[in-house]
Design a protein around this ligand. Structure first.
Ligand SMILES: [Zn+2]
Ligand SMILES: [Zn+2]
Length: 166
């Protein structure tokens, strides 16, 4: 069997001889959905978090492309919680910038429009982050944990979808 699997950037794709890759049909059948794919990437992004209290990752996408990523951490160049301790206020660490907010700021820093983007994040955004996402034009948020949800996030007119981590 010959599978013509189009390869991005290669006109016509490269023919693949399936018999030489016995795992290929199985791998193709088990390809993750786009939502699972981006949530898995958000999970990987969260591993760069610098606050020992919680690790969160966010990925902003549009048309199935990644525009920006963010994890919860101090502003660039400033000491991390892991080095200098958390700043606790009302039970929350306020030294770090939240993951979703950091992804928005990355877009701002590098001049990337987020109009119509989607946000994949490892937790339901807090009210502050959700407002930032709405303000920059994010239309849909997919999250894999609803830790400490704020019901006011539901009133912001943004599409919220929970998806269990795979
Ligand atoms: Zn902290
Ligand atoms: Zn937040």
């Amino acid at each position: 069997m010959v599978i013509q699997d189009p390869v991005p950037g290669v006109p016509g794709g490269i023919p693949i001889i399936a018999s030489e890759f016995p795992e290929l049909p199985k791998a193709l059948a088990e390809r993750p959905s786009w939502d699972s794919y981006f949530l898995t990437i958000a999970e990987a992004v969260s591993t760069r978090a610098t606050c020992p209290r919680r690790a969160v990752g966010a990925v902003l996408t549009k048309d199935k492309r990644i525009l920006a990523t963010g994890f919860n951490g101090s502003p660039p160049g400033l000491p991390h919680c892991s080095e200098d301790g958390c700043w606790i206020e009302d039970g929350h660490c306020v030294r770090v910038i939240h993951a979703e907010h950091n992804a928005v700021l990355q877009g701002a820093r590098y001049g990337i429009s987020l109009e119509g983007a989607e946000c994949y994040c490892t937790t339901l955004p807090c009210l502050g982050c959700a407002k930032s996402l709405v303000s920059v034009g994010v239309k849909r948020v997919v999250y894999s944990s609803d830790y400490n949800p704020d019901p006011r996030v539901l009133e912001l007119g943004i599409i919220l979808e929970y998806k269990a981590p795979s």
